[in-house]
Every structure is written in C-alpha cells, then in structure tokens.
Design a protein around this ligand. Structure first.
Ligand code: ARG
Length: 458
C-alpha cells in the first residue's frame, strides 16, 4: 500500500482507508487537470533548458502529459482517491506510463508551489470569463435603457416616492455598479497573475531553475518575490471572493427590485415566462424564481468568503494542509457568480417594461414637491422657507384628497404670492426630470450622454 504513494518512502504502515478519503482533494481539485498539465509542461521545459534533466526526458514527459490530457478529456482517466489529489494522480500516471523520465518531473518543485500555480492559472481564466459575463449584463441594461428612453418612473428613498426619474437612469445606476465590479476584478487579476512556481516546498530550491523562463512560457508578467509567501498566500483568492461578494450584493439588490416590480401591486415589469415558475396549488401564480434564487445565492458567496478568511486566519507560514479547504469555496463562488450573471443578462434583455404603469406611479406621492420648492427659490425665497411653504401645500392636498398639479393658481397663492401661472410648467413629470441636468442627473439629455459613454466603455 504505502509503496504506491509518491511519498511512501518513510512510511511503514498503510494509510487508514478513511484517513485517505478524508484527506483527499481529488474529488474537487480534478477540475485543475488542465492547469496542472500546462504547468508541468512548462516546468519540464525549463528543467531541460537548464540542463537539470535530460532533453530526451523532457520530450517524453511532454508526450506523456499530452496523452494524459487526452485521456482525461475523453473520460478515460481513472482518478484515484488513494493518490490524494490531481497533482499526484497525474504524476503517478505519467511515471506508470513513461517510467524514469516521469519520475524526474517533480525535480525542484513541490506540491505546495504547484497547487498555488494551478489555482492562479485557473482563476485568471475564470476572471476573464466573468468579466465577459458582466459586459453581457451591461449590454442588456443598456438595451433596456435605450428601448425605454422616455419612460418615467418614481425614484425612491426609504422606498417612499421621492422624485420622478427616467427608468433608463435607474438602469444606468446598475451599469455603474457592475462596471465597478469589473474594475475590482481587473485589479485583483493583477495579483492573481503572478507565478509562484519555483518556491519549492517553502524555501526555494537547490537547483539552478529559471523562474522567469517559466513565467514567460505560462504568460505571467511577474514572478513572486518570496518563497514563503508564494506557497502560503491565498490573498488573491480572497480578493476575488470579496469582489464577488460585492458583485452578488449588487445582483441581490437588483433582484429585490425586480421581485418588487413584478408584484401585482407594482406591475412595473413583466419577467418573461421562461424565468418564472408557477405554483402547484395557486393557479394564478407566476413566481420570480430567478431573481429570488440569485438573491438567495448571495448568501453562499458571502459564506464562501467567510469560510476562506477563517481558514487562513491564524495559519503560521508557510503551507498548511488547512489550505486545501480553499478550493471548494473558490470554485463554488466562480460557478455561482458565472451562473447568476449569465441568467441575469438573459432575463434583463427579455424583461418587459410597463411604461404607463411606471408613469402613473411617478405622478403620485407628490413627487414634484421639490420642484415647487426649487421654483420658489428661483423666485427669491430661501430654500428652508420654500420647503415649509410646499410642506403646507402638500398637507392641504392630503386633506383634500388632491394632488399638487390640481391646485388652482388662487389656491397656490394662499401659500405664497410669489407663485405665478408658470408654476404649472415646473411640475410636469418631464419638467421635473429634465430640470435635473447637471452631470449625473436624470435629465434626458444627460442620460442619453451617459448611455453613449457607457456604450463606448468609458
Ligand atoms: N491537495 C493539496 C492542496 O490542495 C496540494 C498541496 C499539498 N501539499 C502538501 N504538502 N500536502 O492544498
């Protein structure tokens, strides 16, 4: 038994079967097979170039690894729990296949720097893919913004009607949020994209390796500068999971709005049937399952971040077996974020916007009260006094069961003699929206500009 293990030399008794299962990571780290093989090929080439192993061995190793890659991809590779992880599964198969040369591959390398390399290679590709999904979602948001450019909806604070805004302006708020998410991922990618191989187990290696050459082969712009840190650092995964948590928080807030907007009380939007399900008992139901589930999945992404932060907390340098617990939360975060973005991009593109309902809601709730106050300021009144005057007119309307635009000029003038006929031009929904014309405001002209800016990726 023990002599089957790559590390069996100093052991005299076989590993307990359950200990073997308990300590193995092959069930989840086999998804790193491609990165593991790619890394090993680069390592072997470098060993050959440096004269550390013979060039003929390098050729054999590369051919052997390429064959293993084909076997894995065609489903003809038997992963063994006894071989613990993807690194030893591949290496031991290589030696079984090509003998001596295969046994030379691990020269000047340790699983500790190897696993760090594999995760970095894996994560950097996933980040690029996630960024592309973010762009898909941004495209869908811009599509809805343009399709519904003139639609006015109530803007809320405290979920109480505040001021009228363009629906497109609301979509653009999410564009800002998701573009920041993309920026955080891009920034994190700089620290993911550093080659840790060459750190050995923890202290470096006695062989005359050329790390810069490996970095070039694997397209890493930089190499790590400290061997201890190289094998004990998982900051890059934590950064990715933090950025993912914020991204999921954004998706969750958006989900919440979509759920609210699809209620029969709001009816601002209709999600397409393909993204909803029915109830087994209530025939009238159409449930917004997708946004609900994305809102729910936010919890596991936060949980994954907490899990890895807690794994890393208090770990002495350098590698500790605890760190094998990095992979499941990381992989789960990647899968969850990708799935959520993909489904959201499609759902948003297909969402139907009920512009008339939004407009009717925007007209309620005295949403143009601030516009009356601003009008009085332009007529020379101090803002605090204007606020008081409009407050009183709102109270009057509530008592009368009427709305601000319904007041006659005589009624207005009871509140202030500064109010003239031109008040009516200020309190239409369009006037209210278009008056907010400074950069970042909801005025149609500004929103059009921001759509253009967002489209050009600025
Ligand atoms: N399966 C291990 C992990 O995922 C690989 C590194 C193990 N190194 C070691 N010395 N046990 O972390």
């Amino acid at each position: 038994m023990t002599k089957d293990k790559l590390w069996g030399g100093r052991f005299t008794q076989p590993t307990d079967k359950f200990v073997e299962e308990f300590t193995a990571s092959i069930d989840f780290d086999k998804r790193l097979y491609h990165q593991d093989i790619r890394g090993s090929i680069a390592h072997a080439r470098m060993l050959g170039k440096q004269g550390i192993i013979p060039m003929e061995d390098v050729e054999e190793i590369i051919h052997g690894l390429q064959e293993i890659l084909r076997q894995i991809e065609s489903g003809h590779f038997d992963f063994s729990v006894a071989l613990e992880d993807i690194h030893m599964n591949i290496e031991s198969r290589l030696s079984a296949k090509i003998g001596e040369a295969g046994k030379r591959l691990h020269t000047g390398r340790s699983r500790n720097d190897q696993v760090a390399l594999d995760i970095r290679l894996y994560l950097r590709d996933e980040i690029v893919e996630i960024a592309a999904y973010i762009e898909m979602l941004v495209d869908a948001l811009l599509f809805q913004a343009e399709e519904n450019l003139g639609v006015i909806m109530p803007g809320y604070t405290h979920l109480q009607t505040a001021q009228p805004i363009l629906f497109a302006h609301h979509m653009l708020a999410y564009v800002e949020m998701f573009r920041r998410d993309a920026g955080r991922l891009e920034d994190c990618l700089k620290r993911v994209n550093v080659l840790p191989l060459g750190a050995g187990a923890l202290a470096g290696t006695t062989f005359p390796i050329d790390r810069e050459h490996v970095a070039e082969l694997l397209e890493f712009p930089q190499v790590t500068r400290n061997s201890l840190d190289s094998v004990s650092d998982r900051d890059f995964a934590l950064e990715f999971m933090s950025a993912s948590s914020i991204l999921m928080m954004h998706l969750s807030r958006f989900s919440e709005e979509l759920i609210l907007w699809s209620t029969s009380e709001f009816r601002f939007i209709d999600l397409s049937d393909g993204f909803c399900t029915g109830s087994s008992i209530m025939p009238q139901k159409k449930n917004p399952d997708v946004p609900e589930l994305v809102r729910g999945k936010t919890g596991r992404v936060y949980g994954n971040l907490m899990a890895l932060l807690t794994v890393m907390k208090s770990l002495p340098l350098a590698y500790n077996k605890d760190m094998q617990e990095d992979k499941e939360p990381l992989f789960d975060t990647i899968d969850t974020v990708k799935g959520s973005l993909k489904i959201f991009a499609e759902m948003i593109r297909e969402m139907r916007v009920n512009g008339d309902t939004m407009r009717a809601a925007a007209a309620k709730g005295f949403s143009t009260a601030t516009d009356v106050a601003d009008y009085l300021v332009r007529k020379g009144m101090a803002f605090r006094d204007a606020h008081e005057v409009v407050g009183k007119s709102v109270a009057y309307c509530i008592a009368q069961g009427r709305d601000l635009p319904e007041l006659t000029l005589q009624e207005w003038q009871v509140f202030s003699d500064r109010i003239g006929e031109d008040i009516y031009d200020c309190i239409t929904l369009e006037a209210s929206v278009n008056a907010r014309a400074a950069t970042g405001g909801t005025a149609l002209e500004r929103v059009k500009e921001e759509i253009e800016r967002a489209k050009s990726g600025r």
